[in-house]
Design a protein around this ligand. Sequence first.
Ligand code: PLP
Length: 384
Amino acid sequence: MTVYLDHAATTPLDPGVLAAMRPYLEAEFGNPSSLHAFGRAARQGVEAAREQVADALDVAPLEVLFTSGGTESDNQAVKGIAWAARDAGRGRHLVTTAIEHHAVLDSCRWLAGSAGFELSVVPPQPDGVVDPERLLAAVRADTVLVSVMAANNELGTVQPLGVVGPALRERGVALHTDAVQAFGRAPLDVDGWGIGALALSAHKFNGPKGVGVLVLRRELPAVPVLHGGGQERGLRSGTFNAAGIVGCGAAAALTAETMATQIPRLRALRDRLLGALLGVGGVTLNGSATARLPHNANVAVRGCDGEALLLALDAAGVAASTGSACQSGAAEPSHVLAAVGAPADRAHLRFTCGRTTTEHDVDAAAAAFTDCVKRLRDAGGGFL
Ligand code: PLP
């Protein structure tokens, strides 16, 4: 028996998405920038995918740039917008939160450390949600960019962009959001919330790995991070990854079409799982119970070591996570759990459901969890 409950780390490629990609890995191999028939055929696939993504987010196709993933999109947004604002003499101050993915946090820190910017990092409340008042209080006259994720990858907590965004728009400050985890799992209103830039990663919504999206509103100036052939409005040079881009478009369309049914389905599965996990003594929920993505259950387990519990579950055929898989291999505690003051002497396990998850999966995971926790506690918790 194997049960995959780590959809925040990555998701399986949807069969329909693979079918859409296949021609672009085979017959339609042309370079989408070539003018001949081979190139034009591949380019058609790229532009159709751009429209699919634009429709899914209700933005204009020209505002959709394809990248190599969430990491690149975040880097391009943060550095590109900050550099353009600095070059225009508009200021050098950035604001972000302590629970951002490292792609945002480390880009901001790098700018502050080596490129003459100043950075304010706003901590979350203990429930893993950033207080909008506190965030807006950090904005100064020389602030050129605020970067706040739409939802956190570890805790699943949904951030108050609907409050922050319009307030920033009124003050003329650009907002970037990392929506890598939120897309398809929570509403995103690019126009209504005044989002200037938004990052997605196809492999988080049943698309292929190595392809992402940066939505960059047409009125927001940005400087390219990658220089070269000048593709993507000059902002993302490099030969188009046609098959990946087509897969990203197909996955975005699938996600947008099925979101209304998937969200309640995921919530029911997650609640069924969470109910069982919390029924085991000494298990508590990390992060807000309400401002939370529907697929995420992140729990603290008393009397167990995180890695020991993860490995015990793995041996029992259940794949979960002890934190963010994007920095995997790192045994140090996650900066997100540290920022919300999660006790270091407990196991912190993240279970995330997805399109392929069934009731049988969550029941099997709950049974394995109950058994593993008991065995581990009986053996002293598995602490090193
Ligand atoms: N941002 C968030 C919130 C993520 O969860 C991840 C990956 O887990 C990324 C960015 C990075 O995306 P990618 O793997 O496409 O580089």
